[in-house]
Design a protein around this ligand. Structure first.
Ligand SMILES: [Cu+2]
Length: 193
């Protein structure tokens, strides 16, 4: 009995290990520069809030980085490294105006934090400097990646399964497609306005 149980446990462990080693790779074309690709919410699955902190700085009158992707529930620290005051606000998340928020305005060396509990696209603005803009993409799963400048991306540690995968690029229309992962999955996207 014990031996059977141990064999079963070893089998479960082996399956768990192989299931966590999958990847989704592909290319986003039709747009220039980096895109964000992420696995959409998975029915019946929730994920613990990530503990890693993400920083968006304001430096040289620009948000740095310009595009950042975080997992739902992540906290982003907004810094100000300039000698002028900056503000951070967004009017909506993925078009939902109820999720608009203004973090306020603060001077150099200070930071304000925000926990993004709702997935979607957060277009960051600064009401002191109308030219400043950036994006926080809040992915509903821990399975996301930023493409390189050529559009190639790789999402790692995706368990085997069937997913809806979305590609986002600034100024382009989102595209989602079904992807089956069995160790590997592939999805190419062609984005346009
Ligand atoms: Cu500013």
């Amino acid at each position: 009995m014990t031996r059977i149980l141990m064999t079963l446990m070893a089998l479960v462990a082996a399956v768990t290990v192989s299931a966590s080693a999958g990847t989704i790779t592909g290319k986003v074309s039709g747009v220039k520069g980096e895109s964000v690709v992420y696995v959409e919410a998975i029915a019946g699955k929730t994920f613990p809030a990530p503990t890693s902190k993400t920083v968006v700085d304001q430096k040289g009158l620009m948000f740095m980085p310009h595009v950042v992707v975080v997992e739902q529930g992540a906290t982003v620290d907004f810094l100000n490294s300039d000698s002028v005051a900056h503000n951070v606000f967004w009017t909506a998340i993925s078009g939902n105006k109820k999720l608009g928020h203004n973090l306020g305005t603060w001077p150099k060396g200070e930071k304000r934090s925000f926990k993004f509990d709702n997935p979607g696209v957060v277009p960051l603005l600064c009401n002191v400097h109308p030219d400043m803009a950036a994006y926080v993409i809040v992915a509903p799963t821990p399975y996301f990646a930023t493409s390189d400048a050529s559009g190639s991306y790789k999402i790692e540690n995706v368990p085997d399964g069937s997913y809806s995968v979305t590609a986002w690029h600034e100024g382009a229309k989102n595209q989602s497609k079904p992807v089956a992962v069995a160790g590997e999955g592939k999805a190419d996207f062609a984005l346009g306005k």
